[in-house]
Design a binder for this molecule. Structure first.
Ligand code: URA
Length: 440
């Protein structure tokens, strides 16, 4: 087989066979096929797409490119959650402890932020001493002991995705439905859980710009997961504006802690409750949605959910005094309030721009080796649909270095304030796959 023939085939819009996809992934991971040829194939896929069979074959080939985690020595149904990424998305930090406090076992491998989207590992590392890298044995032991672990990828999981994702990032080939679906699902399947909630975001801060695109991606991922015997629930959620109020690592940890105390933002709390209730049902812990929501509310009200976060932080070497007193988390050197220049309703906030602005002041990284400043970021004071008076606070900016004029101009450009009342998109647009757990 010659790799150039696969490139030509795909360029001409023909499907690749199972053998050809296996040849590609094996050859690329082994180093036999160079980046420049794979880049050409990726670009052909961006333009020509892949059918359901090719996407499933690619997912399987990537999943088996390295180790596949066996979680069978953890008793019960193991659940997982994945978000396609967004701005202010700190869901795992609150959702994990909430479902674990209700008896679910969440064995989660997370990633780092890149570009305008944040990463769970960076957020957790704003807690002093927190160790994201456990051995496979420690990871399994911790989930068995306390029902919860959130770690970086252990061992040699899906090396094909590591290479391909880095290449896609620099060749303009991230935005492709089959490439995103296979990238996400190969990692979810290799990390061994039985059931998962996939939060597929749409809007200005997400990869998928419209609900229709998000549904198509969600459906594709659900088909792959269910074909391999996993229970999969897909939530299509809004990412036109940031989730919650906080954007930035320690700031988001603080917001997650407030949410675990029942004092979190409405949208973020709703997302945790809805995703959490599906996880509890898929794990066979709750009989229906009402029961699931009641269990999650009790976990928050009784303090067991917050205590579960404490247990996880302690088990992974973190300083629990920062959970008990979030003011001990890293702080930025300066806080600057930016206020509305006109009175009116906030009609639009461009999440991608706000995420990029947070990244520019140190909350994220533009390049893989950039250093995070954990205390920096943005805390919004108002969101879409809210009325603001001229001079009223729009956001507090937490920064270590001076804000430039351009930065401040970009901040204001990410808002549209209108005299007419504006409506906020519903947070949850649609949920797919309810039958995978209501029939259990
Ligand atoms: N997240 C992933 O893990 N992979 C993608 O391709 C896009 C988002």
């Amino acid at each position: 087989m010659r790799f150039v023939d696969l490139i030509v085939k795909k360029r001409n819009g023909e499907p690749l066979s199972t053998e050809e996809i296996r040849f590609w992934i094996k050859g690329y991971v082994d180093g036999a096929i160079p980046d420049y040829q794979v880049s050409a194939l990726l670009m052909a896929i961006v333009f020509q797409g892949m059918d359901a069979c090719e996407t499933a074959d690619l997912t399987m080939a990537m999943m088996h490119s390295g180790d596949v985690l066996d979680l069978s020595c953890i008793s019960g149904i193991k659940v997982d959650k994945h978000s396609t990424g967004g701005v202010g998305d700190k869901t795992s930090l609150a959702l994990g402890p909430m479902v674990a406090a209700c008896g679910a076992r969440l064995a989660k491998m997370s990633g780092r932020g890149l570009g305008h989207t944040g990463g769970t590992l960076d957020k957790l590392e704003s807690i002093r001493g927190f160790n994201c890298y456990l051995s496979r044995e420690q990871f399994i032991q911790q989930v068995n002991d306390i029902g919860l672990a959130i770690v970086g990828q252990t061992g040699n999981l899906v090396p094909a995705d590591k290479k391909l994702y880095a290449l896609r990032d620099v060749t303009g080939t991230v935005d492709s439905m089959p490439l995103i679906a296979s990238s996400i699902m190969s990692k979810k399947l290799a990390s061994g859980s039985d059931a998962m909630v996939l939060d597929v975001k749409y809007g200005s801060g997400a990869f998928m710009k419209t609900p229709e695109q998000a549904i198509a991606l969600g459906q594709e991922m659900m088909n792959i997961g269910t074909a391999l015997g996993r229970r999969v629930c897909v939530m299509i959620t809004d990412m036109d504006e940031p989730l919650g109020y906080a954007i930035g690592n320690a700031l988001e940890v603080k917001e997650a802690i407030a949410t675990l105390k029942g004092e979190g933002p409405k949208d973020f709390t709703q997302l945790c409750m809805e995703a959490g209730s599906r996880l509890l049902m898929m794990a066979g812990i709750a009989s229906d949605l009402k029961d699931a929501r009641a269990r999650l509310s009790t976990a928050v009200e009784s303090g067991t959910a917050l205590n579960k976060l404490r247990e996880m932080v302690s088990a992974q070497g973190g300083d629990v005094s920062q959970i008990d007193d979030p003011d001990l988390l890293p702080q930025a050197a300066c806080v600057t309030g930016l206020t509305a220049k006109t009175s009116g309703y906030i009609a639009h906030m461009e999440a991608v721009r706000l995420g990029t602005l947070a990244m520019q002041i140190g909350a994220g990284r533009e390049k893989q080796d950039d250093t995070i400043r954990p205390g920096t970021g943005i805390v919004l004071a108002a969101k879409v649909g809210d009325y603001v008076q001229e001079g009223q606070l729009l956001a507090q900016i937490y920064h270590d270095t001076p804000l430039t004029g351009q930065w401040i101009r970009d901040f204001y450009a990410s808002y549209r304030i209108t005299p007419e009342a504006a409506r906020r998109n519903p947070l949850i647009y649609k949920i797919l796959g309810e039958e995978t757990y209501t029939q259990t």
